[in-house]
Ligand binder design. Structure first.
Ligand SMILES: Nc1nc2c(ncn2[C@@H]2O[C@H](COP(=O)(O)OP(=O)(O)O)[C@@H](O)[C@H]2O)c(=O)[nH]1
Ligand SMILES: [Mg+2]
Ligand SMILES: [Zn+2]
Length: 392
């Protein structure tokens, strides 16, 4: 059974919902859909169908319900939608394999840039695996190119801060991609971005339904920015151009993620991705006997790129995870490691540590480094979650 691409709720075969059009009244807000989406959703009309008690063979026939209802003539079915949040389900969704991934992290931890390069890298990767990454709807195509790609590749300007959902004109809609047929089954990947500011200052419980998807994700990628650690930032200040934007506190975000998920870090896999790894590599050049050796071991797993196009390498990933974990402890990120490995609730979720760099080189001021973009190990967290979810 697949999950809804917006609220990440598991769909079951007892409940179905469809939007209808042609009622002659197009501008009706669906408040539940709006709360889940974090932006206003207008839907003309809706029919909901549920399995009659004890009727195991039941299958929805929305056309018949429409004929039997009071709906005006000319009304017809627009789309099947999720019975929980009323988000449209792409064709064949219920029969496909679906992996839902939520991005999380503090302000300026690198989420948006990560999505921008991830989609490029994944697209190349799928080609080398003999299939193709295809956006399933217009909104995925438009949002990717307007919110992520355009600013990255066309303007060569580093992305603007993602604005919190409610006072934003940017609607953070899910990016939904088809991965093609894998082992005879269609596989879809959903990526959902969030505004770091909201994860640092959680909205009141009644106003955060649009963040609840994180607790139901198959995987959360938590971007941890090493420059959020004072000691690291101090040592790198002459070597890496100063970050223009204020960096948020990752520990606060982790705490809030636990609040959103009743004390756990979600119900799926939890990937801690050390972001901006390129910046950290400059520690080699600091004049400090304690700090310069940290990044000077050329044999370390995380110093090597992964091989292009190969299957997910579980051994390499475990090795890198152990290395990143010790690296985090060395650079002053032990609080994060502890929060993930020994949460207060005592409920540990399957987790792994990764090292990534979206740019490959620190940006200079507000435009990207002249060296261009050479993403580093950005696929690892996603391939891990896909593999664990049985998609690859
Ligand atoms: N050095 C370096 N800086 C990065 C990288 N990714 C993001 N940044 C910097 O971090 C800032 C925030 O990135 P963004 O993706 O907008 O973060 P978000 O707020 O989490 O979405 C950018 O303006 C960049 O300056 C990276 O891979 N390397
Ligand atoms: Mg962002
Ligand atoms: Zn839904």
């Amino acid at each position: 059974m697949s999950k809804c691409p917006l609220c990440f709720t598991q769909l079951n075969s007892d409940e179905y919902a469809f939007t209808v059009r042609g009622t002659g009244n197009p501008g009706v807000e669906n408040p539940v859909a709006s709360d889940y989406a974090g932006y206003q959703v207008l839907q003309e009309g809706m029919i909901k169908l549920s399995r009659p008690e004890g009727d195991a063979a039941w299958y929805p026939n929305p056309g018949r319900t429409l004929m039997e209802s009071e709906a005006p003539a000319g009304t017809d079915i627009e789309s099947e939608v999720c019975p929980e949040c009323y988000f449209p389900l792409p064709d064949g969704w219920r029969q496909a394999g679906v992996t839902c991934i939520g991005l999380s992290g503090a302000r300026a931890s690198g989420k948006s840039l990560y999505i921008a390069v991830l989609v490029k890298a994944l697209s190349q990767y799928m080609v080398s695996r003999g299939t193709r990454l295809v956006p399933v709807n217009e909104s995925t195509r438009d949002d990717y190119s307007k919110i992520y790609e355009e600013q990255l590749f066309v303007e060569q300007e580093v992305l603007n801060t993602t604005v919190p959902a409610k006072n934003s004109t940017v609607r953070l809609r899910p990016l939904i991609y088809s991965l093609g047929l894998i082992n005879g089954k269609r596989q879809y990947l959903v990526l959902r971005d969030v505004a770091g500011e909201e994860l640092e200052n959680l909205p009141a419980p009644a106003e955060r339904l649009h963040l609840s998807f994180l607790s139901r994700a198959d995987g959360i990628i938590f971007m941890f920015d090493p420059l959020a650690v004072d000691a690291v930032r101090r040592r790198l200040q002459d070597l890496v151009p100063a970050q223009i934007r204020t960096i948020g506190d990752p520990a606060v975000v982790l705490n809030n993620l636990q609040i959103l998920s009743q004390g756990t870090l979600g119900s799926g896999r939890f990937a801690v991705a050390l972001s901006k790894f390129d910046a950290l590599q400059h520690l080699r050049n600091v004049d400090d006997a304690q700090w310069s050796p940290i990044m000077s071991n050329p044999g370390a797993g995380f110093m090597r790129q992964t091989s292009d196009g190969g299957p997910f390498d579980e051994n390499d990933s475990q090795l890198v995870s152990a290395e990143v974990r010790s690296l985090l402890k060395l650079i002053g990120g032990e609080e994060i490691v502890t929060q993930v490995r020994n949460p207060h609730s005592g409920q540990v979720v399957p987790h792994r540590f990764f090292a990534t760099s979206s740019l490959g080189e620190p940006p200079e001021g507000s435009s990207l480094s002249r060296l261009g973009i050479a993403p580093y190990r950005v696929l690892d967290p996603v391939l891990w979650i896909l593999a664990e979810n049985g998609a690859m």
